[in-house]
Design a protein around this ligand. Structure first.
Ligand SMILES: [Zn+2]
Ligand SMILES: [Zn+2]
Length: 386
């Protein structure tokens, strides 16, 4: 097709090729741009006198209808579609959207620092963010996403290994028990990966569970999916020249939350105690608490240096500044609900009253503002002293 394109340009020097959508890659974009600025048939195109013709390879040519017909007759170029600039722009946008839909969910590797990466779902939900430390000792993973994306995750792990023989996942640390963070546990456990987590996580996975909010039930996990090393407060791993501190924080997102700190690289995986830019889910049925979560986030802000890079449980790679904004949201939305409770308002009344817009911006498809208010309300009213 490149040959044909060159031929078109050679035979019709006054005909220009224009790149309409920047998302479409062009082999020789600079030359195309030069042509656009030199040729005045662009004016005709803008005025709607000429049409835009799309030829294979997503190249666009603005010309007269008679010229386009001649190309086809001569076999110089095949016309895929034609229309006004507006119509062709729309066609391109639709095409890109279709490609995204067709491609579906994928898992991307985001380099974090040194040999630490984050795996994140794009075009859909793949579960929580996965942290990976690679090196000569092998791989260490933090969480392993939804079971349904296991293939995509293992494919990306292959990319991250630093040598032929160091691709085994030696350690897997779970931040908490939710299925979007432990979906690959059985697979990795079977492969001989050592799973590490807080002792409550092992307890929770060892019996059937219900998450009423998501209307979901979970069977007891098989033996191979369970952590073989558990701890009460913290445990430290020494792996790939990195000191990895796994620290339990009490009753926040769940009763089995751990955060993981890579001390040399100054990278922190916070699991689901931190949803970047969104209201978090709080698992009130498994020891979660909005107040506890807020205290835990405050502890994180006090404990770790300002330049720490933060991997959230959900959302893009973050900074301590992002965590601070999240902390402000937790504190201030809780204060709003607390105040209204003290005025004697019911949950429904609080949900129906105006909520400041700067906080409603934090809602997501999963946790909207009324739900977030309910989490806070439930937590405050079940504690004796709101
Ligand atoms: Zn999650
Ligand atoms: Zn979670």
């Amino acid at each position: 097709m490149v040959g044909k394109k060159t031929l078109v340009l050679a035979l019709f020097p006054l005909i220009l090729s224009i790149g309409i959508a920047p998302a479409i890659p062009f082999a020789d974009s600079q030359r195309y741009m030069d042509t656009i600025y030199r040729d005045d048939s662009m004016t005709e195109c803008r005025q709607g006198l000429y049409l835009v013709y799309r030829i294979p390879n997503a190249d666009y040519i603005c010309t007269q209808d008679t010229t386009a017909q001649r190309w086809e007759q001569l076999g110089i170029a095949e016309i895929v579609s034609k229309g006004t600039i507006g119509e062709m722009l729309k066609e391109t946008e639709d095409q890109i959207e279709e490609e995204i839909l067709e491609e579906g969910l994928r898992v991307d590797i985001i380099p974090v620092k040194n040999n630490i990466s984050m795996l994140i779902g794009v075009n859909g939900f793949s579960g929580g963010n996965v942290g990976v430390l690679a090196g000569d000792d092998g791989l260490l993973m933090i969480d392993d996403g939804l079971e349904s994306v296991l293939d995509k995750i293992t494919t990306q792990l292959e990319q991250l290994k630093t040598c032929e023989t160091c691709g085994d996942v030696k350690f897997l640390v779970n931040t908490h028990w939710h299925a979007d963070h432990v979906g690959g546990n059985s697979h990795f456990g079977e492969q001989g990966t050592v799973i590490v987590a807080h002792e409550n996580l092992r307890k929770v996975l060892s019996s059937p569970q219900t998450l009423e909010y998501f209307n979901a039930t979970y069977d007891t996990y098989p033996k191979e999916a369970l952590p073989v090393i558990t701890f009460e407060e913290s445990v430290t791993l020494h792996f790939n020249e990195e000191t990895i501190q796994v620290i339990h924080l009490p009753n926040g997102h769940t009763n089995n939350d751990s955060i993981i700190y890579f001390a040399e690289s100054n990278v922190l995986h916070l699991g689901d105690i931190f949803f970047k830019g969104n209201f978090p889910f709080v698992d009130l049925d498994h020891g979660g608490s909005v107040i506890g979560l807020t205290n835990n986030i405050e502890e994180v802000l006090n404990k770790f240096p300002e330049e720490t890079i933060v991997i959230p449980g959900h959302g893009e790679l973050s900074t301590i500044q992002d965590v601070r904004m999240y902390h402000d949201m937790l504190v201030e939305t809780t204060n709003i609900v607390r105040e209204q409770i003290s005025e004697g308002k019911s949950l429904g009344e609080i949900q129906n009253s105006e909520f400041p817009e700067n906080w409603t911006l934090w809602e997501s498809g999963r946790i909207d503002t009324p739900t977030w208010i309910e989490f806070i309300h439930t937590d405050l009213t079940r504690n004796s002293n709101p």
